[in-house]
Design a protein around this ligand. Sequence first.
Ligand code: NDP
Ligand code: MG
Ligand code: MG
Length: 341
Amino acid sequence: MAEMFYEDAADLSIIQSKKVAVIGYGSQGHAHALNLRDSGVDVRVGLREGSPSGVKAQDAGLRVLTVADAVKEADVVVILAPDQNQRDLYRDQIAPNLNEGAALVFGHGFNIRFGYIKPEAGHDILMVAPKGPGHLVRREYVDGRGVPVIVAVEQDASGAAWDLALSYAAGIGGLRAGGIKTTFTEETETDLFGEQAVLCGGASQLVQYGFEVLTEAGYQPEVAYFEVLHELKLIVDLMVEGGIAKQRWSVSDTAEYGDYVSGPRVISPEVKENMKAVLADIQSGAFAERFIADQDAGAPEFKELRAKGETHPIETTGRELRKMFAWIKPADSDYTEGSAA
Ligand code: NDP
Ligand code: MG
Ligand code: MG
């Protein structure tokens, strides 16, 4: 059984006694910075000069500094820039300005696990990774709840790294929901696998194929959209509430029987073998290497795949249909339809 932590395991005064620099003010950065500030922590935000997100941080009442200046002031440096930018950012602006004994906090283990960042021995290296998008991490905190976190210590230089990690996790509201003890290796490999095989890669491809099969067979795209995309949320909500069993209990007997007989025909044992191959590429570092090499080259493959994804007919159908859905209100005001770039 995994080791779990709740608020009673944490001493919030530890993080309240530190000067914290949050580097990056995007999805996770804004949530960590604002939640910590509202938990009574001394927070500054570090961003590059002229950063568009700096304006948002300032409007929220936070102090915004250059990365170098924020790091120079800090006992705790939280690295929440995109994974692909962290290596250069750490080498050029964080490491040269890092105080002796300052702790490093990550929201995902990618750069430590794959060796793109190698901090010196004197620093605590922690991870507090919320298991949800940053905008939810902020919204739940404001509503008095939290998004669960997983917590890890890679390097315990001070001997008190776990106390700091739990205090930090409480500060962002994560321990209201609960924390699970993990390692950088486990978090990184399972996070990449989950998003690639099931949550993002698997679900997106499943929905697209379902839409293609129905529309190619002559059914109306609007009806196909409802059946394979819109209703997915209702099914997933039931799974989250009560597992696959609750989903099967709630749907009709027809749907449940179809689940048993057709699910394994669509997602055949061969798919499981493909998943294992995806996991092997994550574990070997081959996926990380491909991602970072493409990013270093200006992300040509990434941009091409993103542009191609946006042209799928399901996106056009969905854009038109969602205009008619008064009950769908996007929670994330930063997102504009059709402008994922
Ligand atoms: P974002 O893409 O939202 O981060 C964007 C922010 O980083 C902006 O403030 C941007 O500033 C800043 N930034 C980008 N490049 C640099 C740079 N070179 N120097 C300084 N600042 C920079 O990141 P996420 O929040 O998605 O991810 C952050 C970390 O959290 C990652 O490790 C990720 O894996 C992890 N994570 C993310 C989750 C999520 O919900 N998205 C969930 C769990 C973990 P500017 O305005 O100048 O562009
Ligand atoms: Mg991830
Ligand atoms: Mg139906």
